[in-house]
Design a protein around this ligand. Structure first.
Ligand SMILES: Nc1nc2c(ncn2[C@@H]2O[C@H](COP(=O)(O)OP(=O)(O)OP(=O)(O)O)[C@@H](O)[C@H]2O)c(=O)[nH]1
Ligand SMILES: [Mg+2]
Length: 424
């Protein structure tokens, strides 16, 4: 209810009092923009972070909260954090710069479709000030944004592209990477529609991120690794490991070389292959470690289609003298020649970690394959959805035209990849 200046009660939807006809003024709505403006000015006084980690949707939120716990990402104070989800963050006690933007109206409780979440994020006045607070303020090609999200839900798939578009508007030179969890093959039609739409939007406009690392959710069941205290790493924890490797290898200024090469090659969708806690004593050499990673890509991949091969490598200090950059380069190019014959360019980044373990972690990021191969279920489900939908597009916050443009974006990416492969 809202009161008029003469204190008659009225429903919030009216513009004038139903008793006396005086105008109804909602103080919060009137001074909202003023408060946002004030907040933005306060934020601009904060130090600028060169590395920003953003989580969208429930899964993104969980992963960012985990990474923001001091000591968890191995990066000290290098990152600032932003969470954009349909539910609020209750615990901000991480001791870090952590912004929280609530997407959508209070009644939605998280159940949104991609298009509705996209509209909600586009209309959200708090998003840009929060991004400025994270450090996105001016054109700077050293700055890195890593965004983590699942694509099967509505909030993450709808919000992530909007957030990245704002990031590019604030810093056109940024290096942007996404870790995206795509739905498992047996998930619902809606999950696949959200994922295909979200992925298309991430490739839109230029595209919005230099590399989208796609992990298919059900593939996590089949991969196991070893942590530095000998514990088994599986399922959910594998995502955390990939994110940690990305946070340490793709931070400023190293991120620049990856994004520049990726822009030149236009291979924006990357499939990760993970080998965690491998002992060089057991595996003999790095090539064998890479081979064990390639045995089970975390999204479907046709190996002959791979044109670019990145390696994020983490080694303990005691192996630093043994694993020189020259050795890593030699082993990676020999491995590529043998198992990925279509590779035209490669790049790696080694991170040294302290500790007594003699185990190494490797994450190959392989690009050049088509999305139709990396997410076959997405395409089939999208077709099914389109046939069943009839005129109910608005229920999903979409129009037939937006759906078609998403399909075209994916098709043109795939055509570009095919052309690139054939030209080689
Ligand atoms: N990493 C991780 N992914 C999950 C888990 N459960 C489901 N998923 C994947 O994440 C997708 C759902 O993503 P969420 O982040 O929960 O959805 P959302 O973006 O919050 O969207 P809403 O539907 O609006 O809540 C599913 O389609 C699965 O593919 C989990 O426990 N961990
Ligand atoms: Mg959710």
């Amino acid at each position: 209810m809202i009161r008029c200046p003469d204190r008659h009660e009225n429903p919030q939807t009216l513009a004038h009092c139903r008793v006396c006809g005086l105008p109804l003024i909602d103080p919060l709505r009137e001074i909202g923009p003023f408060i946002e403006n004030l907040r933005a000015r306060t934020i601009l006084g904060m130090p600028k972070s060169m590395n920003v980690l953003i989580g969208t949707g429930s899964v993104g939120k969980k992963l960012v909260l985990e990474a923001a716990i001091p000591g968890n990402n191995g990066q000290g104070e290098a990152y600032s954090y932003l969470i954009a989800d349909s539910t609020a963050v209750s615990d901000l006690a991480t001791g870090k710069t952590l912004f929280n933007v609530r997407i959508g109206d209070a009644g939605s409780h998280g159940a949104l479709f991609c298009g509705s979440a996209e509209h909600a994020a586009e209309g959200d006045l708090a998003l840009v000030p929060a991004l400025k607070g994270c450090g996105l303020r001016s054109n700077d090609d050293r700055q890195t944004v890593i965004l983590v999200t699942a694509l099967g839900g509505g909030t993450g798939s709808g919000t992530a592209p909007v957030v990245l578009r704002h990031c590019h508007a604030l810093n056109p030179g940024l290096n942007g990477f996404v870790l995206a969890i795509s739905p498992g093959e047996d998930e619902s039609v809606h999950a696949h529609v959200n994922a295909l739409y979200g992925l298309a939007r991430l490739l839109d406009n230029g595209p919005m991120s230099d590399g989208v690392v796609v992990v298919q959710y059900d593939r996590l069941k089949h991969v196991h690794g070893i942590g530095n205290t000998g514990e088994e790493i599986k399922g959910e924890a594998l995502i955390t490991s990939i994110l940690q490797l990305m946070l340490s290898a793709l931070r400023s200024p190293n991120s620049m070389k990856f994004s520049r090469l990726n822009r030149a090659m236009q291979t924006h969708v990357l499939v990760p292959c993970l080998a965690l806690g491998r002992s060089l004593k057991i595996f003999g050499n790095l090539g064998n470690v890479f081979r064990s990673a390639l045995a089970y890509p975390l999204a479907p991949l046709i190996k002959d289609n791979v044109t670019i091969s990145y390696l994020l490598l983490r080694i303990p200090r005691r192996l630093a003298q043994e694993c020189t950059d020259n050795l890593v380069a030699d082993e990676l190019s020999a491995f590529n020649r043998k198992y990925l014959p279509g590779v035209r360019a490669m790049l790696f980044q080694t991170t040294i970690v302290e500790g007594q373990s003699d185990r190494i972690d490797a994450c190959l990021l392989l690009g050049g394959d088509s999305i139709a191969n990396a997410a076959p279920a997405a395409r089939a489900n999208y077709e099914k959805f389109r046939r069943q939908l009839g005129d109910r597009w608005p229920a999903y916050g979409l129009t037939e035209e937006r759906g078609r443009s998403a399909e075209q974006l994916i098709a043109s990416y795939d055509a570009r990849m095919e052309e690139l492969r054939e030209s080689g």
